[in-house]
Design a protein around this ligand. Structure first.
Ligand code: TYD
Ligand code: MG
Length: 451
């Protein structure tokens, strides 16, 4: 057996940096107790294959024109990517196990008319084939491989001359040159680095699939985030069929676009009208329900906010919230108590954004505070009104971004009136037809319209 040429380094499981000796606290990221001993290949040169790369003039690059992006045939995916896959880019597709990463990765491949290599180190070619049949994926240019050595994968890529490679997943591939286990920090870093070099040298797009645990403790994908050009997360929960594809980092596009899918028997299906999906089961005769046009990227999505307020049976009242920031809710309850005279001190409050969507847009404040007030006062809110506005500590309603887009989404779904920040309404050039807009400058004014 050949002796491995390796040296010992101390890798940080939080930031992925290596250090020649052990420290209790990582000198790079200041985390304590994260350094572990690893063997890394000694003969690998830093920064490529030793060949100097030529520099180019900016003018040449600019006159080279737009790079052709490769459309994936799934418009939700393309939008999140910023218009398709860019040759030479490295994309990390992360998410909890079983959320649908492999399904999504396989579904985007048939539209690509170029040689594609799908490396599935988790499943055999036959298993992937079965899944492909179930998904109705058919492609003449798609090659499957269940290789899990990174060296073998690189050979396959040259053999197939592929222009897109999917590595599913990074936790299962390993390099011969290291003697640590697949999925360890050093293996993930080494394999990620090799794929990065390859994608830049050969100008091919590489999608790396990575599992994230619930606690987010796997250092792998987090560490890879620094390395790759684009980070996509597929989110959702077990109770719901819809999945949200979000980009957390994108060197070649915006990061606030989302793609919405529904997991069905035949795989992930794009959702063209998410508002309808989220409002489908709405009951309009219960108190504590309001509608908020949330902005997910450039797209407005209507979500229902539900609040249940009841008398607390035990000493400390409970506050429970789903899909909205807990501290923000506490602030809104204090505003409700102090500025609007609704006593919350002895009440349990439960707030839920229906459908499992998470919203961290302050424009949701008005819809949340109104839902709670409606629950506490046992008064119905008209089913045809949507509420938009950030609420300040004084109970004032502050302006929000892109009011027009939110209003037109509400209008297209048949809502009749909007309560919006007065400052926004004043700035509007022309009022949209078919929907009434009420500008309010504080929560009290909004309540006067509603109760
Ligand atoms: P998968 O893509 O294997 O998840 P990941 O790669 O993120 O671990 O998807 C697994 C789940 O998706 C599994 O619970 C079954 C479900 N699923 C469907 O509902 N329909 C389908 O067509 C497929 C392929 C999977
Ligand atoms: Mg998988």
């Amino acid at each position: 057996m050949s002796k491995l040429k390796s040296k010992t380094v101390y890798l940080c499981s939080a930031c992925g940096d290596d250090h020649p000796k052990w420290y209790g606290q990582c000198p790079s990221c200041n985390e304590w107790g994260t350094l572990g001993e690893y063997k890394v290949a000694k003969n690998r040169k830093k920064g490529g294959n030793g060949q100097p790369r030529d520099s180019r003039k900016l003018a040449d690059v600019l006159h080279g024109g737009e790079v052709n992006r490769i459309p994936t045939g799934i418009s939700e995916m393309d939008r999140v990517l910023g218009g398709g896959l860019l040759p030479g880019s490295l994309i990390l597709l992360g998410g909890n196990p079983g959320i649908g990463k492999s399904t999504l990765a396989l579904q985007i491949l048939p539209a690509i008319q170029k040689p594609v290599l799908y490396v599935s180190a988790e499943e055999s070619e036959d298993q992937v084939g079965l899944r492909a049949r179930r998904l109705g994926v058919n492609s003449k240019t798609l090659h499957l491989s269940s290789e899990n050595r990174i060296e073998g994968i690189l050979d396959q890529i040259s053999l197939v001359q592929s222009e897109l490679v999917v590595v599913d997943s990074i936790q299962t591939v390993f390099s011969d040159e290291l003697d640590s286990l697949p999925g360890s920090v050093s293996q993930i870093r080494e394999c990620g680095q090799q794929l990065l070099q390859l994608s830049k040298q050969r100008n091919i797009a590489v999608i790396i699939v990575g599992h994230v645990t619930k606690e987010g403790i796997i250092a792998g994908p987090k560490m890879l985030e620094h390395m790759v050009d684009t980070v996509l997360y597929l989110e959702g929960d077990d109770r719901h069929d819809h999945r949200v594809l979000r980009s957390a980092k994108n060197r070649f596009g915006t990061t606030n676009e989302v793609g919405i899918f529904q997991m069905e028997a035949g795989g992930l299906v794009e959702v063209d009208n998410p508002s309808e999906l989220f409002l489908a089961e709405r009951q309009d005769d219960i108190t504590g329900s309001t509608i908020f046009p949330s902005l997910e990227g450039s797209r407005p999505i209507l979500v229902e906010v539900q609040a249940l307020v009841s008398n607390a049976n035990f000493g400390t009242p409970q506050r429970n919230v789903n899909g909205f920031d807990f501290k923000r809710l506490a602030m809104l309850l204090a505003v409700l108590e102090k500025r609007l005279g609704t006593h919350m001190g002895t009440k349990d409050v439960f707030v839920n954004l229906v459908g499992g969507l998470k919203v961290d847009d302050p424009a949701a404040d008005l819809a949340v505070i109104t839902a709670v007030a409606s629950g506490a006062r046992d008064k119905l809110i008209s089913e045809s009104v949507v509420l938009i506005g950030e609420v300040g500590l004084g109970g004032e309603v502050r302006s929000v971004s892109r009011l027009d887009a939110r209003i037109s989404e509400a209008k297209s779904l048949g809502f009749k009136s909007v309560i919006a920040p007065a400052a926004n309404v004043k700035r509007m050039k022309k009022a949209p037809k078919g929907i009434k807009i009420f500008g309010v400058s504080n929560v009290g004014e909004a309540f006067q319209h509603l109760f």
